[in-house]
Ligand binder design. Structure first.
Ligand code: NAD
Length: 450
């Protein structure tokens, strides 16, 4: 007998369904897009996420994971309904809640017994109360229910590990008994569980994403200053990261953050604040710095190649980060378009995102591998730090290119080594290289003395 239903089978919903099933629950996952559900029934996943196909297959075979498009089927006999539908950016930067509204209405109209409705989608503060109103309004008969906020913190590319070993689980509800039941579901994950009220839980998600985006924009600001002063941001970040108050993560300078979460969530938080008459000036700066990164990449490429008219530029990587095929707000889209505006012909290679990218970038030719991509190029631009780009055969690459220029938008290579391999190379924020200064010893880490 099933106990959990998950509404939405995207990056969050499908991982949630498969992981809860793997923990021994009986899960039914629902989506309104028939093609997605039919595909899943035949073992075809609608998204790429490492390890997910195997996890889905294993749990389908064990009869703990099922798929449907029917809310009646999904809700009959179910105790918990997780909502994991998209909350994309609206026209003015606000979160667009129309998928959530439709899901809440369908749940209300089809529930037949007491239900805990758990929202995993990232939603504006106050949405939990609004969902409860919708449920009350559209229920055919009054049936007891509770709404719990359980914001999701997984990252695409490492989603299963993030779900199974989270830093924490956050639960918000005005009904302590419901929050306790949802906490029980999460106990096998052995992570701290923070139980709070609905609005605070919703805010924790936005505050967390805004903080991480701030770290990225901060190090990008430092990268600009490093370039001007002849310091190396990569080593600055290493030196900073040893301080536990700062931490090592999210200090990678580059062409900026993208994806389906940071851009829309920072914007939505700023929108919520402004709507209430606050002036979220830090959030505005974070967004401005991030938007500038993409244009700055074009300026740097022009400084290396000269006039881009008639040149051929190859993009290494398209997805917004490695290990995903997600192209939502990927920096590659803006970079490709800006290069084309400058008159360049743009081609690209990505290990998994080319099928998703093709309709978004119809005039970018997709190439079968990095070496075919490099043939005849005037510059290669590293846009996504896929592992497979780190050990490319340097001399083969250089010999294939028309001009041996590499703009490393993710700092995956070492400048000295690339120059020795015969490239005209530039990374981000590696000032000594930009200013033609001699590099010192590089960073050395000595073990602590007794
Ligand atoms: P997604 O677009 O990949 O998936 C959403 C799914 O919901 C789609 O399959 C869609 O068809 C389905 N759907 C839409 N309306 C529906 C309805 N009325 N009933 C049933 N299904 C419906 O989105 P995602 O990336 O999984 O994100 C979902 C939510 O989780 C968003 O709020 C997002 O901000 C948040 N989130 C995402 C991530 C991430 O890394 N992608 C991480 C944390 C939080």
């Amino acid at each position: 007998m099933k106990n959990i239903c998950v509404v939405g089978v995207g990056y969050v919903g499908l991982v949630t369904a498969a992981c809860f099933a793997d923990l021994g629950n009986c899960v039914i996952a629902l989506d309104v897009v028939e093609e997605r559900i039919n595909g899943l029934k035949q073992g075809k996943l609608p998204i790429y996420e490492p390890g997910l196909k195997e996890l889905v297959e294993h749990n389908v075979q064990a009869k703990r994971l099922m798929f449907t498009t029917s809310f009646t089927e999904a809700l009959s006999g179910t105790e918990f309904a997780f909502i994991a539908v998209g909350t994309p950016m609206g026209v003015d930067g606000e979160a667009d809640l129309h998928y959530l509204e439709a899901a809440a209405r369908d749940i209300a109209e089809n529930m037949t017994g007491p239900l805990v409705i758990i929202n995993k989608s990232t939603v504006p503060v106050g949405t939990g109360d609004w969902v409860a109103d919708i449920i009350r309004r559209y229920q055919k008969n009054p049936i007891p229910f509770s709404v719990v906020s359980c914001p999701e913190f997984l990252r695409e590319g490492s989603a299963i590990g993030d779900f199974m070993q989270p830093y924490r689980t956050v639960l918000g509800s005005l009904d302590p008994a419901a929050a306790e039941k949802v906490a029980q579901l999460h106990l096998p994950l052995r992570a701290p569980i923070v139980i709070t009220d609905l609005r605070t839980a919703e805010m924790i998600k936005y505050a967390s994403n805004a903080f991480l985006a701030t770290k990225i924009s901060f190090i990008n600001e430092i990268a600009n200053i490093c370039e001007a002063l002849g310091a190396d941001v990569k080593e600055v970040a290493i030196g900073m990261g040893y301080d536990a108050r700062i931490g090592k993560q999210f200090l990678d300078a580059g062409v900026g953050y993208g994806g389906s979460c940071f851009p829309k969530d920072v914007k939505a938080l700023a929108y919520m604040a402004a709507e209430k008459g606050r002036h979220p000036q830090l959030l505005y700066a974070v967004m401005e710095i991030n938007n500038d990164r993409r244009e700055m990449a074009i300026t740097h490429i022009k400084e290396m190649v000269g006039n881009l008219k008639g040149t051929v530029i190859g993009l290494l990587g398209l997805s917004f980060k490695p290990n995903t095929d997600d192209m939502r707000d990927a920096p590659s889209i803006t970079i490709a378009q800006l290069l084309q505006v400058e008159g360049a012909t743009v081609r690209a290679y990505d290990p998994v995102a080319m099928d998703v990218a093709r309709p978004l970038l119809p005039s970018v030719e997709m190439m079968p591998d990095p070496y075919t991509l490099a043939e005849g190029c005037d510059a290669l631009v590293v846009v996504t730090e896929w592992n497979e780009f780190k050990q490319l055969d340097r001399s083969r690459l250089r010999d294939l290119m028309r001009q041996p220029v590499i703009y490393d938008g993710r700092n995956i290579y070492e400048p000295d080594e690339m120059v020795r391999s015969g490239f005209i190379y530039r990374g981000v924020g590696r000032g000594y290289n930009v200013m033609n200064l001699e590099k010192g010893a590089g960073h050395t880490i000595l073990p602590p003395t007794e």
